[in-house]
Ligand binder design. Structure first.
Ligand code: NAD
Length: 260
C-alpha cells in the first residue's frame, strides 16, 4: 500500500479521471476526500469506495467558490486529521472558435481551471504546513498544457497556466516538503470527451469517427486513447514519490501525442 493513511483530496472526483484516481488511492490505503460540485454523485462514489473496503468521504465543493473550498478542506482535515495530497482535477470543456466565444464562457473556463486550482492549493497548502508532514500537489493538466488545438482557446490557456502555478508551488512549498507537479493526459474517454466528439464534428464539418481518428488520436503513436487507469497510475507515482527531487515537473501520458 503506497499511500497508507495519507489524506488525499481530489476535486471533480465524482466522474471520469478523478473518480478512478479516488478508487486507486483508496486501494493503496489513502483516506480519500471526493470533492465535487455534484454532491449526489460524489456521495455515491464515496459510498462505493467504502463498500469496497476503502475509506472515503464526500464534500460539496464548487472549486470556484472560495468559502466552499475552505469549508470542504476544513471538513476533510477535521475528519481525517491533516492533508497529504491534493489532486486539482475538476474541469469542463467548452468548444468554440475564439471569435465566437463569449466573454462569460472565457471567464467560466479560467475560473474552474485556474481559480479553482489556486483556491484548492491555498487551502490545502495551509493545512499541509499546519500538519508539518509535507505533501504533494498534483494538477490535472493536459497535452494542452504543451500543445494547442483549434476551438479550445480558454482550455489551452488555462492548462498552460497550471504549469506556471505548479512551478511556483514547487518553489514556495519546498521548505515545507510540499511538491507540485502536473499530469498531462492525452484524450481519455470520459463524459468530458464524449460530449465534445459531436460538438467538434459539427464545428469542423466532419464525422464523429473522423474526430476520433483524425483529430483526437491522429498524433498518437498507436491510435489509442489514454485510459483513466493510465492517469491514475501516474497520479499514484507522483503522490508516493519520496523526496523533493521530483517537483515542478509535468508528466505527459498520451500514447506519444506530445513528446517532451
Ligand atoms: P468528467 O466530466 O468526467 O469529470 C469532471 C468532474 O468535475 C465532474 O464530476 C464534475 O461534476 C466536476 N466539476 C466540474 N466543474 C466543477 C466545479 N466548478 N467544481 C467542482 N467540481 C466540478 O471529466 P474528466 O475527463 O474526468 O476530466 C477531469 C480533468 O482531466 C479535467 O481537468 C480535464 O480538463 C482533464 N483532462 C481530461 C482529459 C480527457 O480526455 N478526458 C484529457 C486531459 C485532461
Amino acid at each position: 500500500m503506497l499511500l497508507k493513511d495519507k489524506v488525499a483530496l481530489i476535486t471533480g472526483a465524482a466522474s471520469g479521471i478523478g473518480k478512478e484516481i479516488a478508487f486507486e488511492y483508496a486501494r493503496q490505503g489513502a483516506k480519500v476526500v471526493i470533492a465535487d460540485m455534484a454532491l449526489d454523485a460524489a456521495t455515491a462514489t464515496a459510498n462505493e469506495i467504502v463498500k469496497a473496503g476503502g475509506t472515503a468521504m464526500a464534500v460539496a465543493m464548487n472549486v470556484t467558490d472560495e468559502a466552499q473550498v475552505d469549508k470542504g478542506v476544513a471538513e476533510a482535515v477535521a475528519a481525517y486529521g491533516g492533508m497529504d495530497v491534493l489532486i486539482s482535477n475538476a474541469g469542463i470543456q467548452i468548444i468554440s472558435p475564439l471569435v465566437d466565444l463569449s466573454y462569460d464562457n472565457w471567464k467560466k473556463m479560467l475560473a474552474i481551471h485556474l481559480d479553482g486550482a489556486f483556491l484548492t492549493t491555498r487551502a490545502c497548502m495551509r493545512a499541509m504546513i499546519a500538519a508539518g508532514r509535507g505533501g504533494s500537489v498534483i494538477y490535472m493538466g493536459s497535452v494542452h498544457s504543451h500543445e494547442a488545438s483549434p476551438l479550445k482557446a480558454p482550455y489551452v490557456a488555462a492548462k498552460h497556466g497550471l504549469i506556471g502555478l505548479a512551478k511556483v508551488v514547487a518553489k514556495e512549498g519546498a521548505k515545507d516538503k510540499i511538491r507540485a507537479n502536473v499530469i498531462c493526459p492525452g484524450f481519455v474517454r470520459t463524459p468530458l470527451v464524449d460530449k465534445q466528439i459531436p460538438e467538434q464534428a459539427k464545428e469542423l464539418g466532419i464525422s464523429e469517427a473522423d474526430v476520433i481518428k483524425n483529430v483526437m488520436l491522429k498524433e498518437t503513436v498507436d491510435g489509442e486513447f489514454t485510459t483513466v487507469q493510465d492517469v491514475a497510475q501516474t497520479a499514484l507515482f507522483l503522490a508516493s514519490f519520496g523526496s523533493n527531487a521530483l517537483t515542478g515537473q509535468s508528466i505527459t501520458v498520451s500514447h506519444g501525442w506530445h513528446m517532451q
